[in-house]
Design a protein around this ligand. Sequence first.
Ligand SMILES: O=C(O)C1=N[C@H](C(=O)O)C[C@H](O)C1
Length: 288
Amino acid sequence: MLTEMKGIYVPVVTPMGAGGEVDIRSFESYVKQLVEDGVNGIVVNGTTGESPTVTLEEMAALTAAARLVCGPMNRPVIVGTGTNDTASTVRKTAIAGELGADAALVVVPYYSRPSQEGIIEHYRQAASTGLPIVAYEIPSRTGIRLAPDTVRAILDLDGVIGIKDSSGGIELMIELASSGDHKSVLCGEDLYFHAMLCCGAAGGMLASASVRTTAFVEVYEQFMLGQLEASRQSFGALLPLIRLLFREPNPAPLKYLLARQGSIASEHIRLPLTPVSEELRQQLNAWL
Ligand SMILES: O=C(O)C1=N[C@H](C(=O)O)C[C@H](O)C1
């Protein structure tokens, strides 16, 4: 059972054919390449995986395919199961567990603007499924911000193994670090990855690590070896890529680059997300 996380986790895209159907063959070869490039784990059906438009059947097929690739290489598969409804989150999390997921990524329940107590209860019930839970704090998408005490209460729950921090700064990380021992915090805001390692993060869940995977792994390894200046410089070299990938809504720019590189067959993305603009296409081509 997964009890802690460290290193580079990649939230993978959901490759789709030109007609919009999930392309499992591309998915398998893309995930295999990530594992061979040294990632510590993958995340299926996260934001980057277009979870709002992926059906339960598709989530099941992607999870099974990821297990087939990652299982023999001993890499954990985390599956995004969070919704803004506690009962459906519990159901999806239980299904992910039956499908062989190693943990579930559960986003803070969005849109309803629940109380901090309601959010803690949401996580308690998700954890009651027995599948290890990674909380996901991303106020820019959920419309609600967790108080540091709420984060501590969630991390204290049995079955919660850590948090993906996309809070948009390093304050939460600093706050958690100041209270000493804590469960794994993974950076979920690509631009802050190096800063968050410096503040005590155990690694990152980074969409951009789909592209320059070995370079992200190198940043982490140099940091862990105490080669601070080298890791800072390696990370600096990745900043232009990160900025381009988040210039328009994720994962459209990422899918475009992956398709251009041949990692997936098509850049198709489901509405309401739209393909990258012509202007960004040219900037990404120039970067390539
Ligand atoms: O899918 C994810 O998980 C991530 N989503 C973030 C977002 O799109 O806001 C970005 C992060 O790199 C990982």
